[in-house]
Structures are given as structure tokens and as C-alpha cells.
Write a protein that binds this ligand. Sequence first.
Ligand code: SAM
Length: 225
Amino acid sequence: MTAARLFIVPTPLGNLEDITLKAIRILGEVQLILAEDTRVTHKLLQHYQIRTPVKAFHAFNEHHAVDYFVNQIAAGTNIALVSDAGTPGISDPGFLLVRACREKGIVTECLPGPTAFVPALVASGLPCDKFFFEGFLPHKKGRQTRLKRIAELEHTVILYESPHRLVKCLEQLAEYCGPERMACVARELTKIHEEVRTDTLAGLLAYYGSQAKVRGEIVLVMAGK
Ligand code: SAM
């Protein structure tokens, strides 16, 4: 009998078709699924008629829940970790659990699958041979330092951003990197209103700055220096 393991299972960004056959099988075979938001995960499981029990594992209980779940795996329970969308660990909880499993010698398997930044980067038309994943910029403390750093990078830079902060972020990037720097806003990927718009920072600012309200989930990709 093989020892129990931790499976990291990527889930769709918005379109339920974007899940692998292996992900469906693993979610059905494990004894427990850890989910960021159990309501979101239940919808996915219902769609695929998966009846595995689900428990919450999110940024607020992650620190003290890690030891408990690592001990459960060590005792023989196969566990899958999912987030609301995309790959756990990428701007989502996961890292602490994976590190703790590795330290205990527990095999951790991360399935390949959806993550927002890869389709955004590749569809942007900006160089995708070398890139730097910044994720979310800090809102206040440390923001200027990060902006200065990414402005100097020669690789394509990838940011996650919320819709109500997009215009402010574009303004700051234009200020630090110059308004002629090329960038791309990839919005609502895989969903009905998907939009991938590549232009200068000034052009993107003119477009999104003139909208009453920007909606949806956003990946911002910016060309290197
Ligand atoms: N774990 C996820 C991944 O693998 O990409 C990221 C989770 S992070 C909490 C959520 C952010 O991912 C959103 O604010 C947005 O920047 C990006 N994102 C998620 N879904 C997206 C989509 N359908 N279109 C564009 N960006 C998306």
C-alpha cells in the first residue's frame, strides 16, 4: 500500500470545462478535500457528482490548521487542496501546507492545470520567454518600493489586480515605467466577457479610465524595460 499524499488540484478560473480528467479523478478518490471557500467548491463538486467530504482551509485558519492536516495525511488520509479558482499556492493558500508536508517526508503532487497568469501572459503578445510574477502589489506599505523594482526589470512582469484598483495601478505604472511602456489587461479569462487588450500604458489608461466601472478579474502584464 502506498503512503497517503497531498494533492494540489487546480480548478477552473470560470469555465467548468477547464478541469483535467485527472483532477476529477483525484477529487473523487481522496478521503478529504480542503477548500478555500467550501460553497464555491461544492458547486464544482456537484457539477462533477463528486461526494468527497470538504473542509475549510483558507488564509484565516491556514497557520493553525497546517499541523492538524499534515498529521491526518501522515496517519493515512489522502487529501486534495483546492482554491476558489486556479492553482492553490499561486496568490492563494497552499505554500505552508506543502512546506510542512515536505518537511515530514509526505509526498506532495501538484497537478498541472488552470492558473490565471499563463493564459494572460501567452495571449498578451508580449515576450513570454522570460517573465517575473509579482502577483498582488501591497496596497500601502512597500508599494512604491515594489513599483520602482518592477520598473527596472528587463523581463515581462505579471501582476494580479482587482478591478476597482486597475486605473490607479495603470496610473502608477505609467508614472514609474513611462506611459509608452507596452502592457496588457487580461480580464475575465475563460468567461463570457473575456477581454485581452494590449496597448501602451497611456492607451490602456485612456480606455479603462473612461469607463464608469471596470468589472471582473484582472491580470496585468507589462513589457520589460
Ligand atoms: N490561484 C489563482 C491562480 O492560479 O491564478 C489566483 C488566485 S488570486 C486570489 C485571484 C486573482 O487571480 C484575481 O484577482 C485576478 O488577478 C486573477 N484571476 C483569477 N481568475 C481570473 C480570470 N478569470 N481572469 C483574469 N484574472 C483572473
